[in-house]
Write a protein of this length. Structure first.
Length: 113
């Protein structure tokens, strides 16, 4: 008997479809019912057009979908495949307005010929 245990196979979900981060807004663009990737049972989830705030992003392996990226949202207990969502760009914020004002305030230097 070999005295060493095998290391678990690493999850390789491949490239992520978006550069998801915690705090991003995600719009559900998929159709159909939500199905648990391991059991195949129906589960509750967002409806088409819902915009939710991402609370976690992580790779997972499921029986049905294999290695994939999944998103978690506050208010929903499950993980959801990232490929069924699109990232919603943030609206102009105070930080954007402040940055724009600073850029506009920069005066170009005169070039001597």
């Amino acid at each position: 008997m070999w005295p060493f245990t095998r290391k678990p196979k690493p999850i390789n979900p491949g490239p992520i479809n978006e550069d998801w981060r915690v705090g991003d807004l995600a719009e559900y663009i998929g159709t159909g019912a939500w199905i648990d990737g391991d059991t195949g049972a129906a589960m509750p989830g967002p409806e088409r057009g819902d915009v939710l705030k991402v609370s976690a992003v992580r790779p997972e392996t499921t029986v049905r979908f294999g290695d994939s990226w999944f998103l978690s949202f506050s208010g929903f207990p499950n993980l959801y495949r990232a490929s069924r969502f699109r990232k919603v760009p943030p609206l102009n914020s105070e930080a954007d307005a402040e940055f724009t004002a600073k850029i506009k305030a920069i005066k170009p230097k005169k070039v001597r010929a």
